[in-house]
Design a protein around this ligand. Structure first.
Ligand SMILES: Nc1nc2c(ncn2[C@@H]2O[C@H](COP(=O)(O)OP(=O)(O)OP(=O)(O)O)[C@@H](O)[C@H]2O)c(=O)[nH]1
Ligand SMILES: [Mg+2]
Ligand SMILES: [Zn+2]
Ligand SMILES: [Zn+2]
Length: 1585
């Protein structure tokens, strides 16, 4: 069977094709099995070296090392398929995929197809392996060798090339193999050895075949190496799948495998390590290989039956190897004599002759084993693989390490490692930045967040921390760039392959340097953890030693990071800073090459954030912004095979070793192939390997619990999928770890992220685990639920009941069971097939679930943002309250901006509707004289219904807009999911708010209209009487027919008029006593307050109230609890504070009063008690509960109402005078007379009437229209254009305002801003409006537009009315058509209609002309008044004021920070939590130290991180820690900020105005921390961004 077939022979003869030698056919004829195999081979199959095979495998383009590791690791669409290959071309990929996953079955390459047209319908696995080695680059070769070795496959030592006949010694490929074993030494002490295999002194025993042999060599070797209980197929043999297929290109291959003892006599086949080499093919044909083996082996075993043939190869002069001859006595022409003769001839000792006599193998194998043991027991030559290179070169074998890149890389690496005598010392000298200093900086950074050791003066403390950090950074700068680092940077700056070689060499050499120490320490550590976990001191000590002794490329990268970070604190232009600009790019390139990069430094427990940020930013650019990543992480107890799992799953190379191995967290990128990107929605998968969490016994170690907690929170926060790794043997330990994990998940769901979670149970022996573990799963689930509740309670978030509330987890789908890694006892155990298969299943399910998930993935820069935010929050401990991330912030701002526009359009819409309705109400009864006033009430209800419907519709619009918004998949909407509810409630509350205000306004309008009824009735009656009388007189005069002169007529008229006067003289308008109304309303408003207040009302004199300034008096507060405590605390500001509140309210009320008065004058309406009610409501609305005492409130209301009463009384008087019947009669007399005369003479009045109508009715109505709509129009205008952005969201508005304040630099303004935000802001907006409206005649433009709009409507109305009506009907129709738009002055209309008698057609025509004239006249009027003063005046008299409209959408909820008074910036007005982006020193809220009277400088965001305490009325004047301010102010969210830049604005302002502020508040100036003193206006400005 092992006499090779014709195909191989042909190949061996060289590249000529078709030279099937007949001799080989003769050989074959003796081999029935091969005959049978080849009998249907097509004759003349073409064979031209490796070419045909490679092309059949689809590899021809990759020949010569073009296949790279990273291309193999790419996630492709076939990555997850586990179907057998469907074509030859798929075979290599299936093989590689399985091999990378350490699958023992990977060599079973039978494919499930049969392709008649192909010459190759079957393939020997060795051919495939050789073909792939030819195609792979050196790094993939290394990886293949590593994985083959893990599977206990033999690996190529000499790689043949059938085209060139040139063998290659695969030294480089084997470089990375590290093996561990235990010697059996004579004295019974078993020493444990771990080393790089190519550097180990291990004797090699080679096996070759010469000519024919009936003995199955490879199979025999497998038996030789396997122990009886566990058979390994180390070498491919003919009974394996595909092993019987004729080999095409792999003869001449020398494979090697090592037997390594584990130290147990029962298990070990050999007590000493031995390398077994196996030459494929007939040794006679491979002289070079034979020589190599002779010169390097301790012994060579020759298998041959063909002893008569050419055995010249046996006579190698250089050979030092002992020769053995292995033959079978069962073959036909066996002759003991010849055998013996041959032995003598070729110097084979007789004892070295091994003859297989029985059919049974056992004895034969035993004999072989005996001889091998004997050879290695005799202390033979042991040649390192490394040293074989010299032999190889000598006999014309290429050594793969001889390529220039490899040599150069090695030299560069040696340049660094050659100088290392002592690792600890080297690190101190050459890598000084990242050790102690960086640890100290990390401590400082954390302390800046936590402020554990601050005294009272936290801001100064913080600034001193900052100063220390600066100092440390400076120290770093002085040490930056040691010699070794210079070389390292040079090394990684090399191009492509050479850099990779350099890094690999560096790793190899460093490993060698530190291996000895480390492996002992790790072992001790592991033993100690297992056996004496109570000895914490020793464990901690070992832990530290491990960290001190370890040295790998990651330490160099760490150092690089620190070099970069310390340079960042230099000015931008500094040369040292310029020099390091390129470093992150190099590191980014490494990441792209698939290197793990350290994210969290496990020793310092910190992330070098600036460095990582820049690295990932560079990466983002390197891949042309196609950097969407999906993050997968693993968490679990120490040494539970986390890194192994990831390595197996993705073929990556995270550090693996028993004992404490991974530190911190490493990230690594795996490319996703182009075709899969859309499906997985990402370009890369980022795999993060983490440090094992400590088991509970160890967790008590100093700060390790904290460290674990931080790491878990960060990692879970970063990941899209977290694998929780549980080793079965320590599932109880896992419970405590889970506690940490649950906390982390809970925190994440608080910030709107719900990562997926997978449980992987490792070391499960039973393959049916999934089903049988159902009960365990249920139990785990229950435990998790319970933990969730406990964690929720601890984090004070009661809402979480179940584990699934905090993460996406389906216990059935997301539980995986993985059997033990090793099949047998290491080191000779291969990877368990079950392990590899289960990991593959896990991978498939992971990737499958990624496909179905619909989350959007972050790109590298977003990932950095997210990391940064998370890490800051983690550092601040108070995680939930501290998490602020710019991605969330951006998403939130976007949502707010959107919401703001919806809200605005809702408000505008309703505002317009309200104006229409008010117009209708005012117009009620104008056209229909005798309509019943109570119909108005009925209509009011109808309108209110209509309003409710409309409001609901508008609310629905907002809600569905919201719905749409959250459906969006792009953008980070999922991050603001948790605010959704807030905005929904806000929409709802906005609706209710507007509903109330509409109801209020409409009712007021109706009441006022009703109040006018009496007066109107009187007027109407009067008019009717006169009209009738005049008409009678007219008729009478006409009937007389006499030619009455004008004088005569006048006389007649005068006579009649006197009569009327007499008749109507008794009629007067009702007098209203406003004071009485006020008195009454005050009583009912304050009635509930109790006796003392009513008593006060009894003695108050309203008539003298409300004059002069309102002064708050002490006595109103005597006995009031808050006041008493304030006095106790010597809070002299108390009364002043109240005074300010009152002043603000009074200011608002005064403007309300003047608004009412201007309405009365404009519409000629009377006073109505509703105005007073309005006023009282305004006061009530502004007074928050318990802000001032009852007495004070009463006095305030009396003051306001007193003033109102006086003004309204006066207004009422004026109204009565204006509308006094006699007076009116006197006024209308000339009109009547004129009309009387004209009617008599039947003059045509058209022209005149049209003019009169335009002037007295239309023009005032139009002006009124423009005024009513102007406010809204101005407000709209303010919101558009570049400057309009100011009004887009609250934070933006505040920031723009502060910017301007900074510019104006006025203490007074700051004082007003911080003391009375609302009023100040309104005034400020008003100023902005006036400024904008004054430029470019903007307001005139708006006025003209409104004017034109209404004129167009009027003209259209005129044209639409039929001219067949008489004039009165025409006018009536005209008015009613426009009743919802225009209010025509009632009196003027009546006067107009007196004795009217004109031609409708003509009138209409004339009217249009006059209206046209009016428009241009009015427009002219607007255009002439462009000065600021006039605009200010005009705006202040508008019925709806633009600044009020804008303010109502910008004031938000109106809450202010309970500590510093900064306004809430949350979107909507009904949110669960108030927050603000920038707090300020409490000094601005007049806070000061009791003892010293100095202003308090500290800022809320620092205070909530510190251990200092506060007291307020809410704490019952007890001290309460700031950290737990939530207990007192549960709806405020004040995020701690450890950065020095936070609130720079206010620091600067306080620094500048410290003294003025102190003076204004009669206090002493605050102590300004050193660091603030250097702040400039630019810094302040920057912090507003
Ligand atoms: N017996 C057994 N050993 C395993 C298994 N998985 C991994 N190992 C071995 O356990 C050791 C630790 O594996 P790692 O993958 O480094 O474990 P880790 O969890 O990453 O360790 P740390 O990073 O130090 O926490 C290695 O020597 C692995 O070969 C397993 O399932 N069974
Ligand atoms: Mg690990
Ligand atoms: Zn605050
Ligand atoms: Zn709020």
């Amino acid at each position: 069977m092992f006499g090779f077939n014709h195909l191989v022979m042909a190949v061996d003869k060289g590249p000529q094709s078709g030279s099937n030698s007949s001799s080989s056919m003769t050989h074959n004829s003796q081999k029935p099995c091969l005959m049978a195999l080849n009998k249907d081979k097509k004759p003349g199959a073409k064979l031209d070296g490796s070419g045909l095979l490679l092309s059949a495998l689809g590899l021809e383009k990759l020949h010569g090392g073009k296949l790279t590791l990273s291309s193999v690791l790419e996630i492709k669409s076939n990555t997850m398929s586990d179907k057998p290959a469907q074509s030859l071309e798929q075979l290599p990929w299936t093989f590689l995929r399985n091999l990378i996953m350490s699958n023992l079955n990977s060599r079973n390459v039978k494919c499930s197809f049969s392709d008649a047209d192909n010459d190759f319908d079957d393939l020997n696995p060795l051919d495939l392996i050789i073909a792939l080695f030819h195609c792979s680059d050196p790094f993939l070769q290394q990886e293949m060798v590593s994985k083959m070795s893990i599977c206990q496959f033999a690996v190529p030592l000499l790689l043949p090339n059938c085209d060139t006949q040139q063998s290659t010694l695969m030294l480089w490929a084997m470089r990375d193999l590290v093996k561990k074993f235990r010697h059996h030494s004579g004295d019974g002490v078993r020493t444990f050895v771990e080393d790089r295999i190519v550097e180990m002194d291990i004797p090699m025993v080679s096996f070759v075949r010469l000519g024919e042999s009936s003995l199955p060599k490879s199979q025999t070797l497998n038996k030789l190496l396997s122990n009886p209980h566990q058979h390994n197929d180390t070498f491919v043999h003919c009974d394996m799948e595909g092993g019987d297929v004729p080999r095409r290109i792999s003869d001449g291959l020398v494979e090697v495998s090592w037997y390594l003892p584990c130290g147990s006599t029962n298990i070990d086949m050999f007590t000493q390590p031995v390398a077994i080499a196996n030459l494929r093919g007939d040794g006679r044909l491979f002289k070079t290989q034979m020589s190599f083996l002779y010169e390097t082996s301790a012994a060579v075993f020759i298998f041959s039956d063909d002893l008569e043939g050419d055995l010249s190869t046996l006579n190698n002069i250089e050979s030092t190897a002992e020769l053995f001859l292995v033959t079978s006595s069962r073959r036909k022409n066996f002759n003991m004599e010849t055998v013996k003769a041959i032995c003598t001839k070729h110097n084979v000792k007789e004892t070295n002759l091994i003859i297989k006599e029985k059919k049974n193998d056992a004895e034969f194998v035993k004999a072989l084993r005996f001889h091998v043991s004997d050879v290695i027991g005799k202390n033979p030559i042991k040649m390192k693989v490394e040293d074989m290179a010299a032999v190889a070169r000598h006999i014309d074998i290429v050594v793969d390490e001889d390529c220039t890149e490899c040599k150069d890389g090695r030299r560069s690496a040696e340049g660094i490692t050659g100088n290392i005598k002592n690792v600890v010392k080297f690190k101190e000298d050459q890598l000084p930045l990242h050790s102690e200093i960086w640890k100290q900086i990390s401590q400082l950074e954390k302390e800046k967040c936590r402020m554990r050791n601050s005294g009272k003066d936290i801001e100064s403390y913080k600034s001193s921390l900052e100063a220390t950090e600066k100092k440390l950074r400076k120290e770093q700068q002085e040490k930056a760039f040691s010699e070794a680092m210079g070389k390292f940077t040079a090394g990684i700056s090399e191009s492509g392959t050479q850099r990779l070689f350099f890094l690999k060499w560096l790793k190899i050499q460093l490993d060698t340097l530190s291996r000895h120490n480390l492996s002992t320490l790790r072992k001790q550590y592991k033993d100690c953890c297992r056996n004496t976990p109570q000895d914490k001191k020793l464990i901690a000590d070992l832990d530290e030693q491990i960290s001190n002794c370890s040295l790998g490329p990651e330490h160099f990268f760490r150092e690089l990071g620190q070099i970069y970070e310390c340079a960042c604190s230099l000015p931008k232009k500094d040369q040292s800073r310029q020099q390091v600009q390129h470093l992150p790019g190099l590191c980014a390139q490494m990441l792209l090459n698939g290197f793990p990069v350290e994210l969290v430094d496990g020793d310092a427990s910190n992330i070098p954030m600036k460095w990582i940020k820049e690295v990932l930013t560079q990466l983002h650019q390197l891949v042309e912004t196609k950097s969407k990543i999906l993050v997968l992480t693993v968490l679990g107890v120490q040494s539970t095979g986390k890194s192994t799992l990831l390595n197996t799953m993705f073929g990556v190379q995270f550090a693996v070793s028993s004992g404490r191995c991974t530190r911190g967290a490493f990230m690594l990128l795996i490319k996703v192939s182009e075709e899969l990107r859309p499906e997985l929605k990402c370009d890369f998968i980022m795999v993060i390997d983490t440090e094992g969490l400590k088991s509970p016994e160890l967790a008590a170690l100093d700060t390790s619990y904290e460290h674990d907690n931080e790491l878990a929170t960060l990692v879970i926060g970063l990941s899209d999928i977290t694998i929780i790794n549980i080793a079965m043997e320590n599932s109880t330990e896992m419970k405590d770890i889970l506690q940490i994990v649950v906390h982390a998940f809970l925190r994440m769901s608080e910030v709107g992220k719900k990562p997926r979670c997978l449980f992987v149970h490792q070391n499960v022996s039973d393959m049916s685990a999934h089903d049988s573990n159902m009960r365990d799963r249920k139990k785990l689930m229950e435990q998790l639920d319970e933990m969730t509740r406990a964690a929720a309670k601890m984090e004070k978030k009661k809402a979480y009941e179940k584990f699934t509330d905090v993460m996406e987890y389906d216990p059935d789908k997301d539980s995986h069971y993985i059997p033990g890694l090793w099949h047998g006892t290491p080191p000779m155990a291969p990877v368990n097939v079950g392990y590899s298969e289960a990991v593959n299943e896990l991978k498939k399910s992971l990737i499958g679930s990624l496909k179905t998930s619909n989350s959007r993935n972050n790109n590298a820069t977003e990932f950095v943002e997210w990391t940064q935010g998370l890490w800051n929050a983690v550092k601040c401990e108070n995680f939930i309250f501290n998490f602020r991330n710019s991605l969330v912030a951006d998403a939130y701002t976007d949502l707010c901006t959107q919401y703001n526009t919806w809200e605005w359009s809702f408000q505008s819409e309703m505002n317009k509707w309200l104006i229409t309705m008010e117009t209708m109400i005012t117009n009620f009864g104008v056209t229909e004289k005798n309509v019943q006033i109570n119909l108005l009430r009925a209509s009011l209800n109808k309108w209110l219904d209509e309003a409710s419907k409309k409001l609901l519709e508008e609310e629905q619009t907002i809600l569905s807009n919201l719905e749409e918004y959250f459906k969006k998949k792009d953008g980070n909407v999922r991050l603001v999911e948790k605010y959704r509810q807030d905005f929904q409630t806000s929409a709802n509350s906005l609706r209710r708010q507007i509903e109330l205000s509409i109801k209020h306004s409409l009712e007021k309008a109706v009441e006022i209209r009703e109040g006018m009824e009496k007066v109107n009735k009187i007027k109407d009656k009067q008019m009717d009487t006169i009209d009738k009388k005049v008409r009678e007189l007219l008729k009478e005069c006409r009937e007389r027919k006499a030619d009455i002169s004008e004088d005569g007529l006048t006389a007649e008229f005068e006579k009649m008029w006197e009569g009327i006067m007499y008749e109507l003289s008794g009629v007067t308008l009702p007098e209203i006593n406003v004071y009485q109304d006020v008195n009454h309303l005050l009583r009912s408003n304050l009635g509930a307050k109790g006796g003392h207040v009513l008593k006060m009302l009894n003695i108050v004199d309203l008539k003298s109230s409300g004059q002069g300034k309102f002064i708050v008096k002490h006595e109103w507060f005597s006995g009031w609890k808050r006041f008493v405590t304030a006095i106790k605390n010597l809070n002299m500001n108390f009364i002043a504070d109240i005074q300010e509140i009152c002043n603000n309210i009074i200011g608002d009320c005064y403007s309300l009063i003047s608004d009412h008065i201007s309405v009365m004058e404009r519409n000629n309406t009377d006073y109505h008690e509703t105005y007073i009610r309005d006023l009282l409501k305004a006061v009530d609305d502004q007074l928050k509960d318990d802000q001032i005492s009852d007495e004070c409130e009463a006095s305030l209301k009396v003051h306001v109402c007193g003033r109102a009463a006086r003004l309204f009384q006066k207004e009422h008087k004026e109204f009565n005078v204006r509308n006094d019947p006699q007076n009116r009669l006197m006024k209308s007399k000339p009109i009547f007379l004129e009309n009387f005369l004209e009617s008599f003479s039947e003059k045509d009045q058209c022209q005149k009437k049209a003019k009169q109508f335009t002037e007295t009715c239309v023009k005032p109505a139009v002006e009124d229209y423009v005024s009513k709509h102007l406010g809204q129009a101005i407000a709209e205008k303010m919101k558009i254009g570049d400057e309009g952005v100011t009004y887009s969201t609250r934070p933006r508005f505040v920031s723009d305002l502060l910017k301007q304040l900074l510019h104006e630099d006025s203490f007074q303004k700051y004082k007003e801003y911080t003391r009375s935000y609302g009023p100040f802001v309104k005034i400020w907006i008003n100023e902005q409006i006036i400024e904008k409206m004054s430029s470019d005649e903007q307001m005139q433009q708006l006025e003209k537009e409104l004017l034109h709009e209404i004129v167009k409507k009027i003209t259209a109305t005129i044209s639409s009315i039929s001219i067949d009506m008489d004039i009165v009907e025409f006018i009536s129709q005209f008015c009613s058509d426009l009743e919802d738009q225009l209010v025509f002055p009632r009196d003027a209309l009546e006067n107009f209609l007196i004795l009217i008698n004109t031609n409708t057609d003509q009138f209409a025509t004339n009217l249009k002309e006059y209206i046209e004239e009016m428009e241009s006249h009015l427009a002219q009027g607007y255009a002439n008044k462009t000065d600021t003063l006039r605009i200010t005046e005009r705006i202040s008299h508008l019925p709806s004021k633009p600044h009020d409209l804008l303010f109502s959408r910008l004031c938000g909820c109106g809450e202010q920070c309970p500590f510093c008074g900064t306004p809430c910036e949350a979107g909507g007005d009904n949110h669960k939590e108030h927050f603000s982006s920038m707090h300020r020193s409490r000094a601005f809220a007049r806070r000061h130290w009791d003892a010293t009277k100095e202003l308090v400088t500290d800022i809320c965001t620092t205070a909530v991180n510190s251990d200092i305490r506060f007291k307020s009325s809410k704490t019952g004047d007890d001290w309460h820690p700031y950290k737990e301010y939530r207990a007192i102010y549960p709806d405020w969210e004040i995020k701690g900020d450890q950065s020095m830049e936070a609130s720079d604005y206010w620091k600067y302002v306080l620094m500048k105005f410290n003294n003025e502020l102190a003076k204004a508040y009669d206090l002493k100036a605050g102590v300004i921390p050193e660091a603030w003193k250097t702040l400039t206006a630019e810094d302040a400005l920057r912090s507003l961004k």
